[in-house]
Design a protein around this ligand. Structure first.
Ligand code: GAR
Length: 223
């Protein structure tokens, strides 16, 4: 490995705007990593075009083409190992991993989720926030475990919810924050400033008792 750069893989299922933001920050030298490959579980994901445009090797591994989760994950691992990937970032990857997969990359998988976890794990978070009439919404970065959206939390950003909001306006407002918190957490992880051990998150070598909240000072790390 050259100059201690971590090899990361981006896994996604759809549009890939979070991947685009990671690509941008790696390209600008704000994340000390090499994006070794990108993998989509959907052949029609627009993110594949984004990866190709950025010159990143892009693979499709359609979960429906495999007889079991174990064989699907074995193919993912085969590809990841062929690139020497050490760290995985889930940029809208809509599959849950088994314990075997999570253990293989223990403490080395980060996910971005569109809610203030532990509120609203799972799908359709924006609809559910509107239905609950919550005044606040946001996004969370967390380490991945085999439980859906339940791994140790790292960093969150909040947004207000207005009476005039619909799902589309909320998605846009939250995505804007996702595109900051995800690269920032990946940056810290690649610098060794952020890590997870035995379900505990450490930031600057101190136990993180509760997730960090995005501040203006944090944002300056990305510009
Ligand atoms: C993002 O909102 C991300 O947080 C969400 O999927 C969207 C992908 O958008 N992920 C999850 O819901 C995971 N549980 P993108 O393809 O434009 O990055």
């Amino acid at each position: 490995m050259l100059n201690n750069q971590t090899s990361i893989a981006v896994l996604f299922s759809g549009n890939g705007t979070n991947m685009q933001s990671v690509i941008k920050h790696v390209g600008q030298g704000r994340i000390n990593a090499r994006i070794a490959c990108a993998i989509s579980n959907r052949a029609d994901a627009y993110g594949l075009t984004r990866a190709k445009n950025a010159g990143i090797p892009a693979h499709v591994v359609e979960h429906g083409q495999y007889p079991s989760r174990a064989t699907f994950e074995a193919e993912l691992i085969r590809i990841l190992e062929s690139y020497g990937v050490e760290t995985i970032v889930l940029a809208g990857f809509m599959r849950v991993f088994s314990e075997v997969f999570v253990q293989r990359y223990a403490n080395r998988i980060l996910n971005i989720h569109p809610s203030l976890l532990p509120k609203f794990p799972g799908l359709e978070t924006h609809h559910r926030v509107l239905a609950a009439k919550d005044a606040q919404h946001g996004c969370s970065v967390h380490f991945v475990t085999e439980e859906l959206d339940e791994g140790p939390l790292v960093l969150q950003a909040k947004v207000p919810v207005f009476e005039t909001d619909d799902v589309h306006s909320l998605i846009r407002r939250v995505l804007e924050k996702e595109h900051m918190v995800f690269p920032l957490a990946i940056r810290w992880f690649c610098e060794g400033k952020l890590y997870c051990n035995d379900g505990t998150v450490y930031f600057n070598n101190k136990v993180l008792e509760r997730p960090l909240q995005l501040t203006i000072a944090h944002k300056t790390e990305l510009v």
